[in-house]
Design a protein around this ligand. Structure first.
Ligand code: SF4
Length: 357
């Protein structure tokens, strides 16, 4: 199976609508904290000004450019307001400055009636917040929908011609590793164009914060979350589904801990996952060699050097200790494919190749 290339990464211009259209607050959620926006429904001039300010940073040839309504339940908003938001964004597409519009929404609000509201607007992508495909976990999270809603919504959106992405979470209340993998499998069976995977963290002023304080919820450790998301990432790769995000987008409030009570947040979470995949592949290669080694040279594409080394050279330290290797060198080779590692041992002409992603 060839590695899955990420789809061309769009330049996203976010318009945050925290909790707009949400029927209630899901246990893990506090969008006001995540998006750092207190305005649930930005005015049309605010939306236009925000889009223009993001456009200033757009580099030439960066395509596609999409305006994204994030942080709420887009199709749960009342019809008049949906039309107002879309009418604020659409002129940028009509003028050819932006290529399309995307939004995230709950699966249970994506119905034929709601999709009709979108007719005539240049919407390219719909992201469904599935979070889990286990109904007991969804109930504990007070999501208010079931896995069937997600399956139905994915089919409806695809039938409407939209690109569909699905968001899932790990470490949810009542979930475990096997449950998360099962969720991943069921999501892969829906054949979305892409997925996002978020580890559950405990945010201040979320219902989960109370459970955590009462000792009723224990988040995943960072290392457990990285290992689990790694398994999911590899599984989606096997199904040729791109994983476009792993871990919450870093914000100042998350990084300084002011809104983060507990949980596996890391500003470079996705990098930790990819680095662990690289480390695993080298472990496989070294085990296969079956010899004690003095020195090893790992050659990768220059873009992959940091993934091979791991954060703060953690992979190098780990491999040296585990295999008692005195010296490990990582070199960049532009001729190497993006997804291979070449390993040379003790200056012998021994080279092994491994598909890493
Ligand atoms: S997870 Fe989605 S539906 Fe639930 S409260 Fe947050 S934004 Fe609203």
């Amino acid at each position: 199976m060839p590695p899955v290339e990420s789809p061309v990464k769009p330049y996203i211009i976010p318009v945050f609508i925290p909790h707009a259209g949400c029927p209630h607050q899901c246990v893990f959620c506090n969008q006001k904290a995540i998006t750092r926006s207190a305005v649930q429904s930005p005015s049309t001039p605010q939306i236009e000004a925000s889009i223009r300010s993001y456009l200033k940073y757009l580099t030439p040839n960066r395509k596609p450019v999409q305006i994204a309504f994030f942080g709420g339940n887009f199709l749960g908003i009342n019809r008049r307001e949906i039309l107002r938001l879309l009418n604020a964004a659409t002129p940028f597409v009509q003028e050819g400055i932006v290529d399309g519009i995307r939004f995230s929404t709950r699966p249970d609000t994506l119905t034929k009636d709601r999709l009709e509201i979108l007719q005539g607007f240049p919407i390219s992508t719909i992201e469904l917040g599935a979070q889990s495909m286990n109904d007991a976990v969804l109930a504990l999270c007070r999501r208010g929908h079931t896995a069937r809603h997600t399956a139905r919504a994915a089919h409806l959106a695809k039938a409407g011609g939209y690109e569909v992405g699905i968001q899932m979470m790990v470490g949810l209340p009542g979930d475990d590793d096997a449950g998360a993998i099962s969720t991943g499998r069921q999501i892969a069976a829906l054949c979305p164009a892409f997925v996002r995977i978020y580890p559950t963290v405990v945010l201040e002023h979320s219902p989960l914060a109370n459970c955590y304080r009462k000792g009723q919820y224990t988040p995943l450790s960072l290392s457990a979350a990285v290992s689990l998301v790694k398994r999911l990432y590899l599984m989606f790769q096997e199904s040729s589904i791109a994983v476009i995000r792993m871990g919450l987008q870093a914000t100042t409030d998350l990084e300084n801990g002011s809104i983060l009570l507990a949980g596996p947040f890391h500003p470079a979470f996705g990098h930790l996952v990819i680095a662990e995949i690289y480390r695993d592949k080298v472990i496989e290669l070294l085990k296969a060699s079956g010899r004690a080694l003095e020195a090893v040279t790992l050659r990768v594409n220059p873009k992959r050097i940091s993934a091979m080394r791991g954060l703060k050279n953690e992979n190098i330290h780990y491999l040296k200790n585990r295999f008692h290797i005195r010296h490990i060198d990582v070199t960049g080779d532009p001729l190497m494919s993006d997804h291979h590692i070449s390993l040379a041992m003790d200056s012998e002409k021994v080279k092994l190749f491994a598909v890493t992603e």
